[in-house]
Design a protein around this ligand. Structure first.
Ligand code: IPD
Ligand code: CA
Ligand code: CA
Length: 264
């Protein structure tokens, strides 16, 4: 398949959507709650997802779309071309900070990531990658990752995983936080993946992410040599919520071997 035209089209959709999101700060945003009062969605999340889906269906009627807000297809298997879309990753940041959120898009063929995009809307930074062709921040090629031991690593981890939780033992997480050089938490899984890919943090881990959170960023991270798996070391299914860890290969091994103990 010739991915060039799809790549160019995806980038143009992302830029147009980013423009619309920036403009929304002048027109007003309606916020509502989804599964809980801290699980927020806005009219803009929904409008942006509908915008992408309309355009994708017009131009690529045989492609399927899995989108967070539910306007896409019900995707139960990954054959053919599937677009994984998170119209706004980091909705809480979008609402509270008006920055630090991203459009995340991954385009997969038969379950293999071919094109990946994460657009930091307010910074105007587009991270992109095509499988086998390297990863870019705008026009600048990202360098291959360096190996880091835990003691010299900055780890992207949310504070809630250091408290008792139902997914993983928290004591080894406390040990990790104590032994690493520092921790960071940005509130957007897609942006955290790009921070790993750009070498700003050395790992990112989370107990529960959805396919649209990671599909785009994984294509980018893979191109600089990062390893991304579930916390038991398996490939992601990209069909439901899963645990997630991404890092340079040595650190990824060390995190799985010494610090991550999943509860049964
Ligand atoms: C969320 C963000 C957040 C992560 C959550 C995601 P949303 O996505 O990526 O950083 O911790 O698990 O659900 O809801 O802002 O699109
Ligand atoms: Ca998300
Ligand atoms: Ca979202």
């Amino acid at each position: 398949m010739n991915w060039g035209p799809i790549d160019r089209y995806a980038k143009s959709l992302i830029k147009e959507a980013g423009h619309h999101i920036r403009h929304s700060f002048f027109t007003g945003i309606e916020v509502s709650a989804k599964s809980s009062e801290n699980d927020l969605v806005t009219n803009i999340d929904k409008e942006i997802e509908q915008f992408f889906i309309r355009r994708i269906r017009q131009n690529f009627p045989d492609h399927r779309v899995m989108g967070e807000e539910g306007f896409g297809d019900t995707v139960e298997t990954l054959e053919g071309v599937v677009w994984f879309l998170d119209p706004i990753d980091g909705t809480m940041n979008f609402i509270h900070q008006k920055r630090n959120f991203a459009i995340s898009l991954g385009i997969y063929l038969d379950g293999v990531g071919v094109l990946g995009y994460v657009y930091d809307v307010m910074a105007g930074d587009l991270y992109s990658a095509e499988k086998g062709e390297g990863a870019y921040l705008n026009d600048i090629r990202l360098l291959p990752l360096k190996e880091t031991a835990v003691e010299e690593s900055v780890i992207g981890v949310n504070a809630s995983w250091v408290a008792p939780n139902r997914y993983a033992e928290h004591e080894p997480m406390i040990e990790l936080v104590n032994r690493c050089r520092g921790t960071r938490s940005y509130g957007s899984a897609a942006l955290e993946l790009t921070h790993v890919a750009a070498g700003r943090i050395d790992a990112y881990l989370s107990m529960r992410l959805s396919p649209w959170d990671v599909a785009g960023g994984m294509v980018i991270a893979n191109e600089v040599g990062a390893v991304a798996t579930t916390m038991d070391g398996s490939a992601l299914s990209l069909l439901g919520q899963e645990t997630f860890v991404v890092a340079n290969p040595g650190l990824h091994r060390q995190l799985l071997g010494e610090f991550i103990r999943l509860k049964k």
